[in-house]
Design a protein around this ligand. Structure first.
Ligand SMILES: [Zn+2]
Ligand SMILES: [Zn+2]
Length: 131
């Protein structure tokens, strides 16, 4: 699948994925202005054009963005080198929302009707530490 940032300076290609997960954590909401619709792409990601800027947002992750237009380009999990990309980059892709994580951090002002698998932050960390 292929995508690009708002100004077109950065293009990205990744293997095809259909599943999207949504993160309600406070950091994603601050970063994105809302919950983050994300595609887990373990490998095979290629950025072309301008080099994305990266901001290390925690001990275990950095978040990338276009230096010109500010479009969010990736969440990079450092321990396992996994890239999680915003679904909005890929406008032509047929996605299905399958899971919502950090559901315990979701604010009350929105509620999705999608039938998804929901996990708390603790459940996410537990699953992550078992991998
Ligand atoms: Zn841009
Ligand atoms: Zn998050």
């Amino acid at each position: 699948m292929k995508g690009s940032c708002l100004c077109g300076s950065v293009s990205v290609s990744a293997p095809n994925h259909a599943e999207v997960s949504l993160c309600h954590c406070s950091m994603c909401r601050r970063w994105s202005g809302g919950p983050m619709f994300a595609v887990h792409c373990s490998s095979g990601i290629e950025f072309t054009g301008d080099k994305p800027k990266a901001y290390q947002s925690s001990e275990w992750a950095e978040r990338g963005f276009c230096e010109k237009c500010g479009t969010h380009l990736f969440y990079h999990l450092l321990p396992n080198n996994e890239y999680i990309l915003p679904a909005g980059l890929f406008q032509d892709q047929d996605f299905k929302l399958v899971s919502e994580i950090f559901i315990d951090e979701k604010p009350d002002f929105y509620e999705l009707r999608n039938d998804t698998r929901k996990m708390t932050g603790q459940q996410v960390f537990d699953q992550f530490s078992k991998q």
